[in-house]
Design a binder for this molecule. Structure first.
Ligand code: SF4
Length: 499
């Protein structure tokens, strides 16, 4: 049987709900894989039931999704090395008909995890262990410390940066055994203002252990912020249906939640419910996404995710380039892809919905922000900036006499630097076309110097007439502030910005 036939045969055995997966704009519909369709609501909503019934073996997987025989064989080999856990709730977000489903890619093991074709991937790509003065604690940035409190997670993300600790069997069992030493280190380093309680996922800890960390960190005066790094709102929101857990988190007063949504389908009503409960209890929520090939490496998916987060009042904080982790190379895409996505965000959607795209650099170099180039050129007097529409704009940051003396006759970007013009506007700029025509009062002489490509006009009495047909663009692509097309392709653009 061909692989595709095998997939089709297996896929037909598992039929998702009829209306599923047509709601990519979050929040998505609550859904269940047919395997769990008869589970009573009280059990489905119980995080203990979800944890107990998590899919943890290839033997279980083969009854729930389609695999080729070769895939099953490879997964069987991987199983001895890496853990697998997918709660039924999160598993139900997978479209079983789609072998490349974005939720499946994140949670179900792939034979590609055995590969490392470039040799660039590492077990500890961020060298966290080298910046670890006591076991379980990383002190890298001057005022922050990271505490690894557990190697356990409710769902094991296949690309996890700390795969060596989390997915790897026997990885860091016992790493946080010396938790007193971690707290002592923070206590004795007064420069540490911000502590990230992470793992693994600290919301998988027993409540008594979580309380230990929170109470001790709260009591340290120089710690201003306690960040809880958790994917529980995404993969096991039922854990946060427990008001006592929310109360415990809120009682530490300094708590911020750092969560990790990657795909719009993860922004479910269940996830939104717990995010709102955390917010109501006074804990801001920031989101980290990881840029993952086949999961969210396209602009439409990313925009949909960010809009869904805003609706849930979760702040998109970072978009991480996927780290070069051993066996996660198939998730990695180019930096250009990340920049292409960022180009489609800034200016196109609300700034509060735009994360900072970062590469977490090798050698423990930390997060380095990446963005498209907006600074085009510069001189002593001004810079030339590019906006999201492609306008090239002269910007004078300081109020001082021009250093360049007499401008030299030039054009284009150089002309902007010389101060010969202040803007170059691309052809068919929709915003300029939207602007109302400038109007002057009949008989007043008017200020018909074409010093505005729009504006609201003076409407306080008198007959008004438009004086500039809009858009004020010449046929070759750029605005002509004198109101006349010069046919040179680069007109004088003062009109747009001096008005
Ligand atoms: S929840 Fe976080 S720590 Fe756990 S596997 Fe996923 S990325 Fe790694």
């Amino acid at each position: 049987m061909f692989e595709s036939d095998a997939r089709r045969a297996l896929a037909t055995a598992v039929q998702p709900a009829a209306t599923a997966f047509e709601d990519e704009e979050p929040p998505s519909q609550p859904r269940r894989h047919p395997q769990w369709k008869d589970v009573p609501h009280e059990q489905w909503d119980d995080w203990r039931w979800q944890t107990h019934n998590a899919v943890r073996s290839v033997r279980q997987l083969r009854h729930l999704l389609s695999f080729t025989p070769a895939e099953l064989e490879a997964l069987g080999r991987l199983e001895g090395e890496y853990k697998l856990a997918i709660p039924p709730y999160y598993f139900s977000l997978i479209d079983p008909r789609d072998p490349n489903d974005p939720i499946r890619l994140q949670s179900v093991p792939s034979p590609l995890e055995a590969e490392n074709p470039s040799g660039y991937e590492l077990d500890d790509p961020l060298e966290e262990d080298k910046d670890s003065p006591v076991p379980g604690l990383t002190h890298r940035y001057p005022d922050r410390a990271l505490l690894i409190t557990t190697p356990n997670c409710s769902m094991y993300c296949r690309y996890c940066t700390r795969k060596r600790a989390t997915l790897t069997r026997g990885g860091w069992e016992g790493v946080s055994a010396d938790d007193e030493r971690m707290i002592d280190y923070v206590r004795s380093h007064r420069e540490i203002r911000d502590v990230i309680v992470s793992g693994g996922d600290p919301l998988t800890l027993p409540v008594s252990k979580l309380r230990f960390y929170l109470e001790n960190l709260k009591a340290i005066d120089h710690v201003d912020v306690i960040r809880i790094g958790t994917r529980v709102p995404v993969t096991l929101p039922q854990r946060l249906y427990d008001p006592e857990l929310i109360e415990l988190l809120a009682s530490a007063e300094k708590v911020y939640i750092q969560t990790h949504f990657n795909h719009p389908r993860e922004v479910t009503p269940e996830a939104v419910r717990v995010c709102k409960a955390l917010l109501r209890a006074g804990m801001p929520i920031n989101n980290h996404s990881v840029l993952l090939k086949g999961v969210n490496d396209d602009l439409g998916t990313m925009r949909s995710l960010l809009r869904g987060l805003l609706r849930a009042k979760v702040r998109p904080y970072y978009l991480f380039h996927c780290d070069p982790v051993t066996g996660a190379g198939h998730f990695r895409t180019s930096v250009w892809k990340g920049l292409e996505i960022m180009e489609g965000l800034r200016g196109h959607m609300s700034g509060i919905g735009i994360p900072t795209y970062v590469v977490d650099s090798p050698h423990g170099g930390g997060k380095i922000p990446m963005m498209p180039n907006y600074l085009v050129s510069m001189s002593d007097d001004a810079v030339v900036l590019r906006n999201y529409e492609g306008l090239l704009i002269r910007y004078q940051a300081e109020d001082k006499p021009a250093a360049n003396g007499q401008p030299t006759n030039t054009r284009g970007v150089s002309g902007l630097l010389q101060g010969d013009k202040t803007v170059l506007i691309p052809e068919q700029n929709e915003r300029m076309a939207r602007r109302k025509p400038r109007v002057v009062r009949d008989g007043c002489g008017g200020d018909s110097d074409a010093s505005d490509l729009g504006g609201e006009g003076n409407t306080d009495g008198g007959a008004l007439r438009p004086i500039i047909p809009l858009p004020m663009l010449n046929g070759n692509g750029h605005a002509n502030g004198n109101g006349n097309s010069n046919g040179n392709g680069h007109g004088h653009g003062q009109a747009a910005s001096n008005g």
